[in-house]
Structure formats: structure tokens, C-alpha cells
Ligand binder design. Structure first.
Ligand code: HPA
Length: 248
């Protein structure tokens, strides 16, 4: 039985190196997840994989059914999640190609269904979310990056924007003042939904561009797309090396 799941983001709609044993489309009280849960062996470990944006990358960040995704993973017994996602770099050290393992999050999204505790039929509950990412999974990712030689930033704050548009330069300046070091569109409500179901969760964020307004420049979509395959391959290698540590 898989205890750990990998949620793949943009550029990781399937998992190379995963020998697939089974696919399962799980029905949830919240509707359908982004796609089937894919079970198999990855680097000697039993894992489940879910493509956050669907297998054809057709679900934009604001339309992802985060509740269905996390509910589905919980219903098959998943206890830990490594969430891979592409982000823009705000802090100087978060240059393109770097892997960031954030320790904090600020949620700038709106109108996303972000809780399982929304009143009847569920109880009202306020989960502690002081430290949104699970430290032991973060440490496993950071040491795996060290072992595999992938440049990694150990910490920082992930600012989550609504998308699907990219940010304005002023929005990025404000986020920088708030303390954000990276910007992406998917870590919330994913991280808090996992917390609500007691699933350990950490983000493995891959920087694929400098955030809007960096050096007075616009974001070149071609440059961003070009950085995704290399960045995601680094993430794949790091996740593979982290699995045994996470499960130890
Ligand atoms: N902003 C938000 N999300 C992103 C970015 C960005 O610059 N790059 C990749 N995902």
C-alpha cells in the first residue's frame, strides 16, 4: 500500500521512472479529482501519483478541485504528500533552475473552496497552520537535493496567487515586502486541506522564471516554458532520492 503521494504540477503530468501497477479514479463527496490516482513503484518505493492539472494539463490553478484531490488521496490511505510545482523567483537566491523548499506560505487566492470544515454536515474546526509544511519531509527534500547536486534554497515563503494570469510588477513588490520569496498558484488551499486531514505535506517548488518586473522586464512565456523540462527533471531526481528518507 502506498503511504506517500507525489502531486505533479506543470511539466510533471506523468512520472518518468514510475512503474505503474494500477490506476484508480476515486469518487469523492466533492466531485472528481484532477485525474486517476496512479499507483506504482518509484525508486523502490510504493507511491501514488496525481497530476494536479490533469494528464493533458487542461485544468488551470483556480479551477483545480483541491478538495477532491486531497480527499481522494486520503481515502486510499495516503499519509504524506510531496507537492511539486513551478514557481517564479522573487528573492535573489531563487534564480531559474533552483529548487525551493519553502517553510511558510501566504495565501493571496480568493474564491477557492479551501476547507473540509465548512459547517454542516461537517463539524466546524480551526486547524493549527502556524507551520504549514511538514518539517521532516522538508528536511528529506533538502538533503536529497544536496545528495543529487541540485541547487536548493532551504526555506522561504511561498506566495500563492489566484492566476491564471501572472502578477503585475507592483503585486510582486508588495509580495516582496510581505516576505514572499517565491510566487506560484497552487500551494493553497492544497497545503491546508492536507493539514485538515492530518496528511503530512511539503512543497518542492521549481523556479522557472524570475517574478514579474524583475530588472524592469516582462516575463517571456517562451523562456518560462523552456525552463520547465529541466526544472522538473531536477525535481524528479530529488523526489526519487527523498522518498526513502521520507518513509524511513
Ligand atoms: N507567478 C505565478 N506562478 C508561477 C510563476 C509566476 O511568476 N511562474 C511559474 N508559476
Amino acid at each position: 500500500m502506498a503511504e506517500i503521494a507525489i502531486i505533479g504540477g506543470t511539466g510533471m503530468t506523468s512520472m518518468e521512472g514510475l512503474s505503474i501497477t494500477r490506476r484508480e479514479m476515486v469518487k469523492t463527496p466533492y466531485g472528481s479529482p484532477s485525474g486517476p490516482l496512479i499507483f506504482g513503484e518509484f525508486d523502490g518505493c510504493s507511491v501514488a501519483f496525481l497530476a494536479r492539472h490533469g494528464h493533458k494539463h487542461s485544468i488551470p490553478p483556480h479551477r483545480i478541485n483541491y478538495r477532491a484531490n486531497i480527499w481522494a488521496l486520503n481515502s486510499v490511505g495516503i499519509k504524506k504528500i510531496i507537492a511539486v510545482g513551478a514557481v517564479g523567483g522573487i528573492a535573489d537566491e531563487c534564480s531559474t533552475g533552483t529548487l525551493v523548499v519553502p517553510e511558510q506560505v501566504i495565501d493571496y487566492t480568493h474564491a477557492r473552496s479551501g476547507t473540509f470544515f465548512d459547517g454542516k454536515p461537517n463539524e466546524v474546526k480551526h486547524v493549527d497552520f502556524s507551520f504549514p509544511y511538514t518539517e521532516s519531509i522538508r528536511r528529506a527534500l533538502i538533503s536529497a537535493a544536496g545528495q543529487t547536486g541540485v541547487p536548493v534554497v532551504e526555506g522561504g515563503t511561498y506566495g500563492v496567487t489566484q492566476g491564471p494570469r501572472l502578477e503585475t510588477a507592483a503585486e510582486i513588490r508588495r509580495m516582496q515586502q510581505d516576505g514572499c520569496t517565491i510566487v506560484g498558484m497552487t500551494s493553497m488551499p492544497e497545503a491546508v486541506l492536507a493539514r485538515e486531514l492530518d496528511i503530512e505535506y511539503a512543497s518542492c517548488a521549481v523556479v522557472v522564471n524570475r517574478a514579474a518586473g524583475f530588472d524592469g522586464k516582462t516575463i517571456d512565456p517562451d523562456e518560462l516554458s523552456a525552463a520547465i523540462p529541466t526544472g522538473m527533471e531536477s525535481a524528479r531526481v530529488v523526489v526519487a532520492a527523498a522518498l526513502a528518507r521520507v518513509l524511513a
